[in-house]
Design a protein around this ligand. Structure first.
Ligand code: SAM
Length: 197
């Protein structure tokens, strides 16, 4: 462990078997234009809070949608699986994924990226924010302080049993299905990728 890191204590979480990150500041000032499909959209519903009625917000769990819905009721909330999206080809202008891939196996990440590619228009963009994970512990929790336009900063945490993923895996899978990488920003515990169809 990096001794200089100030790790938050989370009730019920044993730091012996869980890698907990220090607070990571994420500020989102912009999302793609037009209609957006946001996968794994529940929980905080971050993208829906910014894009409102422009967002089709899908999550495979109703409970996660219920948690997020009140924060942006104008979004189109729907239970759906990102691996098999119930939408036509090229139905959306653009797509987003905010800390959803960290809950998927690598095979499922590939399937979801293929599906996103199918449902967005040619020239459409897919913006991904996700965790950079490399731990020998059993679980990983990224702790975030999020700033969104017009809202007070808030804290949240996203935990997973997956113990390894990084931007290179996503880059490889995105390029495999035909996306061109437009931008990659890498921080110690998370990354941002903008890819174009
Ligand atoms: C970290 S949580 C929520 C992050 C969310 N984007 C936010 O703004 O707070 C990730 C979500 O991805 C969802 N998820 C995982 N695999 C999925 C899949 N195959 N299809 C749809 N949603 C999925 C989970 O149910 C969970 O709600």
């Amino acid at each position: 462990m990096d001794e200089t890191e100030n790790i938050p204590e989370i009730p019920g979480v044993d730091p012996y078997n869980t890698k907990v990150t220090p607070y990571q500041e994420i500020s989102i000032s912009e999302i793609p234009s037009g209609s957006i499909i946001d996968i794994g959209a529940g929980g905080e519903g971050v993208i829906a809070q910014i894009g409102r009625e422009r967002i089709t917000a899908i999550d495979k769990l109703q409970a996660e949608i219920d948690e997020a819905k009140d924060k942006s009721p104008e979004a189109k909330w729907m239970v759906a699986d990102a691996l098999n999206l119930p939408f036509e080809n090229e139905e959306f202008d653009n797509a987003t994924s905010f800390f959803c891939g960290m809950y998927m196996s690598n095979e499922d990440k590939k399937k979801a990226i293929k599906e996103i590619y199918r449902v967005i228009s040619p020239g459409g963009e897919f913006w991904i924010w996700d965790s950079k994970i490399n731990t020998e512990k059993e679980r990983f929790i990224i702790v975030l302080t999020i700033s969104l336009p017009g809202r007070e900063k808030f804290n949240t945490g996203y935990g997973t049993k997956n113990t390894f993923q990084n931007e290179d895996i996503y880059k490889e899978y995105l390029e495999e299905v035909g996306f061109a990488i437009e931008e990659i920003k890498v921080d110690k515990y998370w990354f941002f990728i903008k890819a174009k169809k």
